[in-house]
Design a protein around this ligand. Structure first.
Ligand code: AMP
Ligand code: MG
Length: 478
């Protein structure tokens, strides 16, 4: 189907007026299509091509999908621990929802009721990052919002310097945030909390609909989904950077890509967000922060659900998280059986990685072809003794469970990505784009879509990151 045949509906607008605001899209000057995601297009069941003028028009507010009524969503949130009673989509405008369940949303389309002092715009560099990362996380089998396309423009946007405005057409099965509930809780509008909970169950927990304690079951399942999501983030070395409750998805998805990064070298204390001086959202803190965020949601849901029951559900978070996480690392190590020493084995390894500054994803990829020949792995270290001892332990563990190299390698190569979109790779695409050459955006998209494949022509992005660009921090101003 052509994009102009796609119908959308706007179920969110059936919620009362305080939930949203109908918004006009402010067009960018001289927009042009930079890239589109064939996988996202397939999810929508639409055909999109490189010259798709209708897509550009849709993304620039110059054409409308059938049934679309653009609107922004209202929410609150805890930002760096402090409650902000009113945030909302300051630069995101929803177009509507496809029959297949995707809520289409433009990011960077101009001011909305919720823009406060902001201009409602997004600059090219941050849009390239969000566009690529939405597809990369999916490629890594991590729950995420998606991105259909990215447009650039000749529109000047003021940041620390003048930059060009861009728009990403994002799509998600839900854009409701923990902070959406917090908004109505703070205003003591408990009837609206209930309406929102019903909406969320319809949208993201449909299998619970009609059950007598559906609200509680929704919260309990979200605790589980969030634990799984965090285990995957930690497992792949992803630092979100701004885990405010307004950036936490009620459906357990990764949303709102800002100053995120995959770390290069393993670093438990890594902080990708330059403005996060205290490291509240440092890599190693993320699982705990998610739990704290869930506790803020729990409070917001307390008028609807018995708080003791929610507390009990939330107490299970740590164990759920740990089980998912260890299970994930076990797969990364190619281990088939469980051993009570597994946690100490992986802590031992990560201690060495931290000490030696070992490139996390490159190490696991190389380990995926390991056959008791240590040389290639010891090259990651200056001081080789500790890793060598750990590998002796690993060899024994593999021998004990009768591990077959060929089978193990196959599993590990499908678990440990050859390519993750490290910051320097995204920056490479951005630098080229700033010179008017957008080809690297599509090159990175190729890696994002199939991170476990070889891509021989892109081999230079597969190894250890160049020293000069390791574990950089990024600012939030995007
Ligand atoms: P974030 O941390 O990027 O998720 O943003 C926090 C809040 O600030 C959200 O409500 C955003 O919509 C809003 N915001 C961020 N940047 C802008 C901008 N350039 N214009 C308007 N609102 C913005
Ligand atoms: Mg946000």
């Amino acid at each position: 189907m052509k994009l102009n045949e796609l119908n959308v509906s706007v179920p969110y607008l059936s919620l009362e007026a305080e939930f949203h605001d109908k918004t006009d899209i402010t067009p960018l000057k001289r927009p042009f299509l930079i890239s589109h995601s064939p996988d996202a297009a397939e999810l929508l069941g639409v055909d999109v091509d490189d010259q798709d003028e209708f897509l550009v028009k849709i993304m620039n507010g110059e054409a409308h999908l059938e049934g679309s009524e653009p609107f922004s969503m209202c929410y609150a949130g805890h930002q760096f621990g402090y409650f902000v009673p009113r945030l909302g989509d300051g630069r995101a405008i929803n177009l509507g929802k496809s029959d297949s369940g995707w809520n289409l949303q433009l990011k960077g389309s101009g001011p909305t009721l919720y823009s406060r002092q902001g201009d409602g715009r997004a600059v090219l560099r941050s849009s390239i990052r969000e566009y690529l990362m939405s597809e990369a996380m999916c490629g890594l089998h991590i729950a995420t919002s998606r991105a259909l396309a990215l447009i650039g423009s000749e529109h000047d946007v003021a940041r620390e310097r003048w930059e060009k405005g861009a728009v990403v057409l994002r799509m998600s099965t839900s854009w409701v945030r923990f902070g959406t509930f917090e908004y109505f809780y703070a205003k003591e509008q408990f009837d609206k909390l209930e309406a929102l909970a019903d909406y969320v169950i319809d949208e993201s927990y449909a299998h619970l609909k009609g059950k007598p304690d559906a609200y509680f079951l929704m919260f309990e399942e979200l605790v589980d989904r969030t634990a799984l999501l965090l285990a995957k983030w930690q497992g792949v070395g992803f630092n979100h950077g701004v885990m405010n409750t307004d950036n936490m998805s009620i459906a357990g998805l990764t949303i709102d890509y800002g100053p995120f990064a995959f770390f290069d070298d393993y670093d438990f204390d890594y902080i990708c967000n330059h403005t996060d001086t205290n490291g509240r959202y440092a890599y190693g803190q993320q699982p705990n922060v998610a739990q704290w965020n869930l506790s803020m949601l729990m409070r917001a849901l307390s008028p609807l659900i018995n708080i003791e029951r929610m507390q009990e559900a939330l107490e299970k978070y740590s164990e759920l998280y740990m089980n998912y996480y260890i299970g994930f690392i076990r797969k990364k190590l190619g281990l088939l059986t469980e051993d009570e020493d597994d946690l100490s084995t992986l802590r031992w390894l990560f201690g060495i990685m931290q000490q030696e500054g070992i490139d996390y994803n490159s190490f696991f990829r190389k380990l995926s072809r390991y056959e008791c020949h240590k040389t290639a792995l010891l090259e990651f270290c200056e001081l080789q003794e500790p890793l060598s001892e750990w590998l002796d332990h690993y060899d024994k563990r593999l021998a004990n469970e009768g591990s077959v190299s060929k089978d193990r390698h196959k599993q590990m190569l499908a678990t440990n990505p050859k390519y993750v979109l490290k910051n320097y790779m995204l920056q490479y695409a951005i630098d080229k784009a700033n010179r008017g050459d957008y080809s690297a955006v599509d090159e990175m998209l190729t890696l994002a879509r199939a991170p476990f494949d070889e891509h021989p022509e892109m081999e230079s992005f597969a190894g250890v990151s160049p020293k000069s660009v390791k574990n950089l921090k990024l600012s939030c101003s995007s």
